[in-house]
Design a protein. Sequence first.
Length: 290
Amino acid sequence: MTDPSSSGTAGDGPARIRATGHNRPVSDRNRPGADTDWISTFGSGDPVTLFAHGFSGQIRDTRPFAAGIDGTRALVHLGGHGGRPSPGTGWDYGTIASQLSTALATTGATRALGVSMSAGGLARLLTSGDTHTAALTKVAFVLPASWAGFSPTLSDAIDDSLTRIRRLLADGDRDGLVDYFLSREPAEVQTLEPARAWARQKVDALVETDMSDGVGLAVKIAVDQPEAAGDFAGDVLVLTHEDDASHPVEVAREYAAAFPRAQLEVLPPGSILWRGRTRIRQILTDFFNG
């Protein structure tokens, strides 16, 4: 999903950190630094909603999900992304959850949206009793990739994919990586220039930055206490699309079944990242602004 608003949106106030009390401006809202805890904010007032990207994503990729949402939209870069240093090798969902917990505390958010790895990180927070989730009333999981386990077929497919990615990385084969990532998209998406540009950017980040520390996250289990999802009293949206090898619909269904107040939306192939921006905005604004 490309970002139509990288130059800012009419009516957005200065980027601020709400809960720190310092109100420090961010010079580039797509590339915040350590002085703002790697967070940029847009809009103003309550409620505050935290938005977190997926693996290889950035704030500029997450901004379309935040468009039209009432109140303050706080967008965070997690470690290894957007110039923020990696937290180290061998990330797991506890690693992602810890960073999201800090972001919730920093922003005072009462709602949250996580894409892919951040969806798993939010799920880990909500099922582990993290104190910073107590204020959350609405949570959206977009393209969740991991819950409490994988079917044997899915586990084998993930292992094969990770082995191939690691081999291509070891060989420094950028073209091979681009072709592989595109091959995992629906056929009608593979020729779209935004999708090809996304694949090239993802490969550049994997090769040139320490984001590759987290490449093994694909095989990790997001939650180890799935039954605790039943204790979350807030509203949940689970949003996915069909024919996405990295984000199987079966995982999204597990999320929707686990949370008592969950709404599941399964869209046609390629909808969320490439082809359904208007529909995605409608679903998200209905959920968060309703």
